[in-house]
Design a protein around this ligand. Structure first.
Ligand code: PMP
Length: 353
């Protein structure tokens, strides 16, 4: 079942899910058993550590800031909501781009705010001046965008983000770095230089721990202290805190290995999809177009998108479909990506599998 936010409720293992930008690999089985062994010590009768001291400490070493600069969240979704609900009151405006992560709209609407969307023209380059001008004209309270962008895979340069921080000095600028590891560029080191900067991160993507629902907010200490007044107590459960802390401390090497695999596969998949794009120029099914990505997914547009989505469904593969002619495919394991290329080529040449 797919809800209004386009989120697929997966209650069957029969489908290959290439719609949620998750990691294609589960954690190593030996590691898993070792972790379960540690969990025997957990006091299930007690509430979790509300501040998540061990978890923040573990993330602080990975991210390179003090643990006092970090708030833990039940997924980065929760800390994004924390920033929006603290700052957006009825009629307040949030500037983002379109397309971007659907939850910015969702949380802003819950707080009766308005989302102002700058059209991210992925066919050309991002027009920074126009983006800033729109935010100024609309007198927005928050500027928020994902980098790399979900769903297009476009990445803003650090210079552009600095110009945004400078232009909106008295507003909050939230840079959502959910997919940062696949791109490698972060603005976390700027949190003390720019008091208006908030960065959010997650363990759901490159770290492959989506089931835990662990995310982080990183900012200067004044912002952290202010936001903590609004944080829900005990928001990250003990089991997730324990597993995430062990993983962050002991599994940086496996993270790097997985990243290498996914980035290589992303580049290989992109090349294959671009070949398919060229062939689609002569196809009765209409044109298909793919975009270069700095994340773990590839964005595309198709004249006959619904038919393409169904071609995937027939092969029990779920990809993300948007309201217009666009779609997004998560980079999977090599054999999964081969299947994606095969389905698209068969679709273009009207072959049935
Ligand atoms: N930001 C972006 C851009 C995302 O794509 C997602 C998940 N799809 C999130 C934040 C939320 O991730 P999580 O709540 O799992 O940390």
């Amino acid at each position: 079942m797919i809800n209004d936010l386009g989120i697929y409720s997966n209650n069957s293992k029969d489908n290959l899910l290439l719609n949620g930008n998750e990691s294609p690999k589960n954690i190593n089985k030996d590691k898993y058993f070792k972790i379960l062994e540690n969990l025997k010590e957990v006091d299930l009768n007690r509430y979790p550590d509300t501040d998540g001291d061990n978890l923040r400490e573990a993330y602080s070493s990975y991210v390179g800031v003090s643990s006092d600069n970090i708030i833990i969240g039940n997924g980065s979704d929760e800390v994004i909501n924390l920033v929006i609900s603290k700052n957006i009151k009825s009629g307040d405006k949030l500037l983002t781009v379109t397309p971007d992560f659907v939850m910015y709209d969702f949380y802003t609407a819950l707080n009766e705010g308005n989302v102002i969307k700058y059209n991210l023209d992925v066919d050309n380059s991002f027009n920074l001046e126009e983006f800033i001008e729109l935010g100024k004209k609309e007198d927005v309270k928050i500027v928020m965008f994902s980098n790399p962008n979900n769903p297009t895979g476009f990445a803003y340069s650090t210079e552009n983000i600095i110009q945004i921080l400078e232009a909106f000095k008295d507003k909050i600028v939230l840079v959502d770095e959910a997919y940062f590891e696949f791109n490698g560029e972060s603005v976390v080191s700027l949190i003390d230089k720019y008091p208006n900067l908030i960065v959010t991160r997650t363990l759901s993507k490159a770290w492959g721990l989506a089931a835990l629902r662990v995310g982080f907010l990183i900012s200067n200490k004044d912002n952290i202290n202010e936001l903590l007044k609004y944080k829900t107590p005990y928001n990250v459960n003990t089991i997730s805190q324990e597993i995430a802390s062990i993983y962050l401390t002991e599994e940086v090497d496996s993270l790097k290995e997985n990243l290498k695999l996914i980035i290589n596969e992303r580049e290989r998949l992109y090349i294959e999809l671009k070949k398919a794009e060229e062939k689609s120029l002569d196809s009765k099914k209409g044109n298909i177009k793919f975009y270069k990505s700095k994340a773990n997914f590839i964005f595309g547009r198709a004249d006959n998108k619904e038919e393409l989505i169904n071609a995937f469904r027939e092969e029990k593969i779920i990809i993300r479909s948007f309201e217009d002619n666009s779609f997004r495919i998560t980079v999977g394991l090599p054999e999964e990506n081969n299947k994606v290329v095969e389905i698209i080529n068969d679709f273009i040449f009207c072959r049935s599998l």
